[in-house]
Design a protein around this ligand. Structure first.
Ligand SMILES: NC(=O)c1ccc[n+]([C@@H]2O[C@H](COP(=O)([O-])OP(=O)(O)OC[C@H]3O[C@@H](n4cnc5c(N)ncnc54)[C@H](O)[C@@H]3O)[C@@H](O)[C@H]2O)c1
Length: 454
């Protein structure tokens, strides 16, 4: 099994070179100074697995990146009891101001604003009225914002993926351990209704031993990727110079919970292959004026990436990414065990020996008995006020409770690293004829401690 010299293949220099060629995107940062030099196998400090937050009577939150996602999640922070939003940061002052107005409308004091350029978050994190820094910036800023927050003694939470290279994954792990501050990936899909209920059923043993899972991000983003605002300013860029499974965590997070990844198992290696590229090129042909700078771009990311992950305990996971072809939204979200099957989109269950024979039953039939306690407690409020069908509210309410009551977070820096790693790993596998590529053990052996996220 080759443990390839991935760092050489995933150099930031490639990103920067690509940016200069394309010319039409929001600047992408060069984090060369953040690259780790030491041996990843060496522990720099004790683990952060299972480490409780200190208790916070009230949690003081700062948000970096108040675009579509940051301003949506701001709504969740404002609707959870015992949370104050004390500082906001965006490179576009009007976006930060709009978010600040909502904080004031919610009855809280005017938050401090940081809008003086793309590194102003470094000033924000030094404030002494912040407990938790949440970043909803474009992907390449996630790790730099988290590192700055951790270094300044704040807990950090990042939008997905947490990192875009293995260097960044390790930098987050090292920094969280060294600073004794949590660095979480804010994977809202772990908190969706079906995912939490199925995880509850898995932990009750209803599917037997889960052998296989399917996870994906299948979403037609073609029009969004070509917009001249919001994600269109940055999210098309990696399609011009990188390959692989760009956005693995929405599917992989919940499947990791079903399979007890980092609670008795871990990802061992993956193999990956991509189709050729047609989706963005055809969309541009049909929709983009011929004098647009977008015609200088070449798209290299295949339309559909399929990766297979093997775990140390012998389970397998199909992990797909498809954002440039027409399709209804789908995260696959399925498991197959020794006693039954769950498949999503639409959600349905088959259990061995069920009295109605070999046919799927709708998931609703199991709801009354197996809905997750958090959904029983917050479901009505979450569906009414929360984004993404309520899972955002459940995620934020749960995280804030962990911080208020001094509990360990559900998701830690090791999850952030391992769930984000499939992008760089699949990139290597795709480039080299689908060779198997090893996952690093970000937990440094801690994965063997049995614990379940339920
Ligand atoms: N979890 C989910 O369901 C979900 C949904 C949508 C987006 N996202 C993620 O959220 C993140 C943001 O996506 P979005 O849709 O809000 O994009 P967006 O472009 O609307 O927002 C990004 C914001 O970050 C600001 N920004 C850029 N660089 C910055 C910097 N250096 N410092 C401060 N602000 C900076 C931009 O001005 C913009 O307002 C992405 O990582 C995306 O993948 C997650």
């Amino acid at each position: 099994m080759p443990d390839r010299p991935i760092d050489e293949l995933l150099s930031r220099r490639d990103l920067i070179k690509g940016a200069a060629t394309a010319g039409a995107f929001m600047a992408w940062p060069d984090h060369a100074e953040e690259r780790r030099g030491e041996d990843p196998a060496q522990s720099v400090a004790a683990t952060m697995m299972g480490v409780p937050f200190e208790r916070h009577e009230s949690v003081r939150v700062a948000i970096v990146g108040t675009g579509l996602r940051g301003s949506s999640v701001l709504g969740e922070f404002l609707s959870v009891d015992g949370v104050r939003v004390t500082a906001l940061c965006d490179i576009v002052p009007a976006k930060a101001q709009r978010a600040a107005d909502r904080v004031v409308q919610a009855g809280q004091p005017m938050p401090a604003l940081y809008t003086a350029g793309e590194r102003d978050f470094e000033h924000l994190v030094t404030r002494d009225d912040i407990d938790f820094v949440y970043t909803a910036t474009p992907w390449p800023w996630h790790t730099p914002v988290c590192l700055a927050a951790l270094k300044a003694g704040k807990h950090a939470g990042t939008e997905v993926p947490a990192a875009t290279s293995l260097d960044e994954c390790w930098a987050l792990v090292d920094a969280s351990e060294r600073t004794r501050r949590h660095c979480l990936i804010m994977e809202n899909c772990c908190y969706d209704f079906n995912e939490m209920m199925v995880n509850t059923m898995v932990k009750k043993g209803m599917f037997g031993e889960v052998q296989y899972g399917e996870a994906a991000y299948i979403h037609d983003l073609r029009s969004i990727l070509f917009e001249d605002r919001d994600e269109g300013l940055w999210r098309r860029f990696p399609h011009t110079n990188r390959q692989g499974n760009f956005y693995p965590t929405h599917g992989l997070g919940p499947v990791s919970w079903y399979l007890d990844i980092h609670g008795g198992d871990r990802f061992d290696y993956l193999v990956s292959m991509s189709t050729g590229e047609r989706g963005l090129s055809l969309w541009r042909d049909a929709h983009v004026p011929k004098d647009s700078p977008k015609w200088r771009e070449t798209y290299v990311e295949g339309d559909i990436n399929s990766s297979l992950v093997k775990t140390v305990r012998g389970k397998t996971i199909l992990l797909q990414h498809a954002v440039t072809t027409p399709t209804p939204y789908d995260r696959l979200n399925s498991i197959r065990g020794t006693k039954g099957v769950f498949k999503d989109y639409p959600a349905r269950i088959y259990l061995d020996g069920q009295k109605d024979g070999e046919a799927f039953k709708p998931i609703d039939e199991y709801q009354a008995e197996h809905a997750h306690p958090l959904w029983k407690e917050f479901g009505e409020r979450a569906r009414k006020t929360g984004g993404e069908g309520g899972m955002d509210f459940i995620m934020i309410a749960r995280l804030m409770r962990c911080m208020q009551e001094g509990l360990p977070p559900d998701i830690d820096v090791y999850d952030a690293a391992a769930w984000s790693a499939p992008w760089p790993l699949s990139e290597v596998s795709v480039k080299h004829g689908s060779v198997p590529v090893k996952f690093p053990d970000f937990t440094r052996g801690g994965w063997q401690t049995v614990r379940s996220r339920s």
